[in-house]
Design a protein around this ligand. Sequence first.
Ligand code: ATP
Length: 247
Amino acid sequence: PAPATLLNVNGIEVIYNHVILVLKGVSLQVPEGSIVAILGGNGAGKTTTLRAVSNLLQGERGEVTKGSIELRGERIENLTPADLVKRGVVQVMEGRHCFAHLTIEENLLTGAYTRTSKPEIAANLEKVYTYFPRLKTRRTSQAAYTSGGEQQMCAIGRALMTNPSMVLLDEPSMGLAPQIVEEVFNIVKDLNTREKVTFLLAEQNTNMALKYSDYGYIMESGRVVMDGAAASLANNEDVKEFYLGMG
Ligand code: ATP
């Protein structure tokens, strides 16, 4: 049987500052256990789409004014980001938001702040270290003195400390050397395969994202202009002409 739809975004409109219409009816589906990529250039609306799902628009003076967002069939537009974390949805923001003055391990532990069972937290930390051996080596280093790749891994690791079923990943490749991007995406794929974590990621790096995703949505000016299985998008002539080589 086809996997159940975990996330269903249905025709959402998003307006910033009461006047700026940024998403003009965006729909997308994320099947349970999949990796889905939202692709497109600067300002296409990828980040806004992720923020709408994780309800992080408010701080940006944005709001969903039309459409609906459902997680396992339940409407979630009015849930707080903390409620969403409890339901297994966590966002890793663009630009690797680690606490610079904390060590890597302290950063990871901040991800577990809502949890109480010390043995479970310890087990989760060890699990993060098995996926990110680099973080284990750097566990006592202050995040400020680690590399960009290590900080991106730390941000993903911290999200994993909430024990999520779905991770929203905003532009994980940003500012990283291609080899490090591959390393990060390989770990994402591993987490997806072995831990059954579902990923919805936003990427300008079309080639890399399609290589690791199951399905892709291409956005332009606040709309989805094309979608399809990752392999078919990667072979599509229009996609090759306009989007490959970006990022
Ligand atoms: P990027 O890769 O640059 O983040 P993106 O595809 O993620 O691009 P968004 O960040 O979602 O695009 O931005 C979509 C549009 O919304 C852009 O025109 C941007 O200027 C506008 N926008 C984003 N955040 C705000 C905000 N807080 N207030 C007003 N306009 C915003």
